[in-house]
Design a protein around this ligand. Structure first.
Ligand SMILES: N[C@@H](CCC(=O)N[C@@H](CS)C(=O)NCC(=O)O)C(=O)O
Length: 306
């Protein structure tokens, strides 16, 4: 049985987007439980929780399941607003920077690193990632990597310039923008060739040490079976979200939701949480009873079932 309010993060030590969330958990001094998700399907302990969503990270609090690092961090902010990762005077820019980094810069970093890993990657891994993203086919990676590395260098220039005038990416306070820039740079640095232009920038190196150096909270390893029990034993929490502002969707509608970029499997359920930025759908399964799957509106599509 999971502890009430226990934050369970389904991720992987090598998952860059999981690291983004881990930085926020550390900044907020939030203890959390760690369920390691395998790199390849079938992700037998994750899929029953999500109904199909396979990406990492996923956050679980009891019977509430949160997809996507952006939404996970918004929920962490609601749970523990102090210290904030959305300082009021920086929040708009910080959210936009984070989205740009996650959806554009991350791909430059992955291609730059991936090209040198290709000879060492197991065939099933390459096959799986090529099915997810056509540009991850080995020939495409080799063709795209030089320009991706160049683009990544442009991004590093932006980071360096930002840090020349302020201690943090978006200004005078740590924000979600730092967590987003950090996770791609931290991943890129695993490759010495890609690390070189990072290490040539002392301001960036000093900032990496600050973001990476937040005191580590207590992390409790948990099994996938533990997480499934925690979902089965809990009931979804009423977040009080009942309208999206625009009237596009309504509580009680039967919908499918899915990411709009890759790993686009769709999950079906009934809308039970609705805000201008997020949607929660209730799903009932024999294994877990009722759970609520929360997805962000940005980066996900919602389709109403007839
Ligand atoms: N927009 C998503 C991206 C998540 C993502 O692509 N995660 C990678 C791992 S870092 C992933 O799940 N890849 C496919 C897989 O592992 O099955 C987020 O911010 O959480």
């Amino acid at each position: 049985m999971g502890a009430p309010g226990e934050i369970i993060l389904h991720g992987n030590p090598r998952s860059m987007y999981s690291e983004k969330v881990r930085r926020v958990l550390a900044y907020k001094s939030l203890d959390w439980s760690d369920v390691e998700v395998p790199a390849l399907p079938p992700k037998t302990d994750l899929i029953p929780l999500t109904g199909g969503y396979r990406r990492m990270p996923v956050m679980q609090i009891g019977a509430d399941i949160y997809c996507d690092s952006a939404l996970i961090i918004e929920r962490l902010e609601q749970l523990a607003p102090d210290p904030t990762v959305f300082p009021a005077h920086l929040a708009g820019a910080a959210r936009m920077i984070a989205d740009w980094v996650d959806h554009r810069v991350a791909r430059w970093a992955i291609l730059s690193v991936f090209v040198d890993m290709l000879p060492h990657l197991p065939e099933p891994f390459i096959k799986d990632r090529t099915e997810l993203i056509a540009d991850f086919a080995p020939d495409r990676v080799r063709a795209l990597a030089p320009n991706a590395f160049e683009q990544f260098g442009q991004f590093l220039g932006f980071v360096d310039t930002a840090l020349a005038s302020a201690p943090w990416i978006a200004g005078d306070a740590f924000s979600v923008a730092d967590a987003a820039c950090y996770h791609v740079i931290n991943f890129a640095r695993t490759n010495p060739r890609v690390a070189a232009p990072v290490d040539a920038r002392p301001r960036v190196v000093e900032w990496i040490a600050r973001v990476g150096g937040f005191a580590a909270p207590t992390v409790t390893p948990r099994s996938g079976a533990y997480a499934l029990d925690a979902a089965r034993d809990a009931s979804p929490v009423d977040l009080g979200d009942t309208a999206d502002g625009a009237g596009t969707f309504a509580l009680g509608q039967r919908v499918t939701v899915g990411a709009d970029d890759y790993a686009i499997e769709r999950m079906e359920g009934t809308i039970v949480r609705l805000s201008p930025t997020a949607i929660g759908i209730a799903r009932t399964t024999d294994l877990l009873g009722e759970t609520v799957l929360h997805v962000p509106r940005l980066g996900f599509s919602v389709e109403i079932l007839a």
